[in-house]
Design a binder for this molecule. Sequence first.
Ligand code: COA
Ligand code: AMP
Length: 638
Amino acid sequence: MNAPHASGYASTYARWRADPDGFWREAARAIEWIRPPQTVFDASAGPYGRWFPDATCNTCFNALDRHVRDGRGGQAALIHDSPVTATKASFTYAQLLDEVSTLAAVLVDLGVGKGDRVIVYMPMIPEAAFAMLACARIGAVHSVVFGGFAAKELATRIDDARPKLIMTATCGVEPTRIVEYKPLLDSAIEMAGHKPDSCLVLQRPQADASMHATRDRNWRALVAAARANGRRADCVAVAATDPLYVLYTSGTTGRPKGVVRDNGGHMVALAWTMDNLYGVKPGEVMFTASDVGWVVGHSYIVYGPLLQGATTVLYEGKPVGTPDPGAFWRVIAEHRAVVMFTAPTAFRAIRKEDPQATLLAGHDLSHFRALFLAGERADPDTLKWAEAVLKVPVIDHWWQTETGYCIAGNPMGLELLPVKHGSPSVPLPGFGVECLDEGGKPVPAGTMGAIVLRLPLPPGALPTLWQDDSRFREAYLTAFPGYYNTSDAGYIDEDGYIFIMGRTDDIINVAGHRLSTGGMEEVLASHPAVAECAVVGIRDALKGEQPCGFVVLKSGVDLGPEQVERELVALVRDRIGPVAAFKLALTVARLPKTRSGKILRATMKKIADGEEYAMPATIEDPTVLGEIGVALKGRGIG
Ligand code: COA
Ligand code: AMP
């Protein structure tokens, strides 16, 4: 059923380079199309071209129906393991198809059709996956919003996506508290200019929600009624280039970018990675500990494993504290996962609490083949620790929400290449990765530069931003003509291994979550006592980075600095959400600036990280840096 394996990495990559169309035409055979592609790539469509422009397909059909038809109906498709609610559930492919096609019928009854957007604001429960697949089934475009975002962020996404329907649950369950979603949703709808026709609300036992008389509909009641009436929705044919989903990710301002994923290219790319990168075969179990609100959750909790006919584990819990740092080992052993995928921060958390990995004892991991890490740089220390305790390959791989899957990784399914700690290894076929200087010239091996991808991007990567081709061009294609700018900086060594060292824009990475410091600055600046501010990501042993806000207060402000700092922390939590992990606001008398007025954020970061820094030649007043150092030392930083 899947595209045949090529022998090894080098020959596969060379084959792609020599004939990209032929390579992807062959990979496309893994997918069951309604109208198979005649043309593989149309360079004249979209900002840089479109994949499989004349094909039609349905993603849900490939994820569910075809497996049931081909005899996998009795195999587990999705296992929900929820230590936070002390529940577990398993759905076979046949059961998942039943759930999804019934829910899809409910969506149709609520007036949702092909091309309509549906926002999914859900915790890590099976219904979140049902919702995504039900949308895919009827050609609606889902947009999942992570539960840790606040109402304001949700409102921004509502206004951009203009959904017909919002699907939600009454709450998420965090280890220390119940997060009620419904009040957040209600206030987001209140704030948004666009109003959805209806909201489908799943009542969870942990929290009830008051229902809006006309807008809110009871999820369980409507599904039960549809089931009683034998209502099921069939798969709708969509163009391969039609959007499957829009996923918002932090941009360089408070306005998130709506990353568009198409149907056809996405399926082809994910199916290829299941075999050739992860080496997970049909019938095997993959455990991805992320959240359906992130791209990793879209690709490898939901779509990738299901397209492959594998079993996916949807885990509602944390790496530590639910109940202990042995949670991942238990899940791997109990569900017999062959591969796990998570963010390095999760392993830093486990290592901190159980440095000897004593909780591994008693768990049979003999079937376990590899750990994959992504979402942030995998620091060599954590990586080596994971290798030592798990005794399997630990594979760092680099991606972005925009690409939808791995740009560079160690392609275990093809062949395991030598590991270089600190490097996510080599580019996957489809990605021509180069390292350029500011003028757009390639730099020599081992020299830092901007990491860029030669156009066109491969199938599965974003074709554009939601209804904003011009922002797409400006954000990604203008800086280096002919290339997609990843906004990551790093270098490529003499063996072609890529090292990703950090971002070139204002994005920071907190516990594997991508956040815009510019967005946080907008929130701080909105406080009436703040004259100016700067947010930088400073080093954090657990989360990789944590945001630190420096603020200058207006003169004549009545409130004390501590009071303002407390209010600012609360404001970011309220406007962006707890996921921002903004806990550090520091009032300072002045911000360090260049003579042209540019705030020296990189230098402030170096001071906070206790790193050497060169005095910027253009600095307006060097003494300000000393003041920043003193303010940080006051909090035990730097
Ligand atoms: N809904 C509501 N709130 C959420 C949430 C959700 N889905 N997910 C996280 N939050 C809240 C947390 O409760 C926490 O709130 P608090 O400030 O009241 O404590 C805050 O957002 C920050 O959460 P998090 O970054 O998860 O930190 P943590 O301290 O709770 O846990 C780790 C630390 C390392 C265990 C955790 O970050 C982790 O598991 N990271 C893995 C990251 C990951 O999977 N990334 C996806 C990319 S692959
Ligand atoms: P996101 O879009 O949330 O997946 O975040 C993408 C960003 O996370 C990238 O641009 C990188 O800065 C960072 N990132 C993701 N994976 C890695 C990795 N393996 N190594 C280094 N940085 C990574």
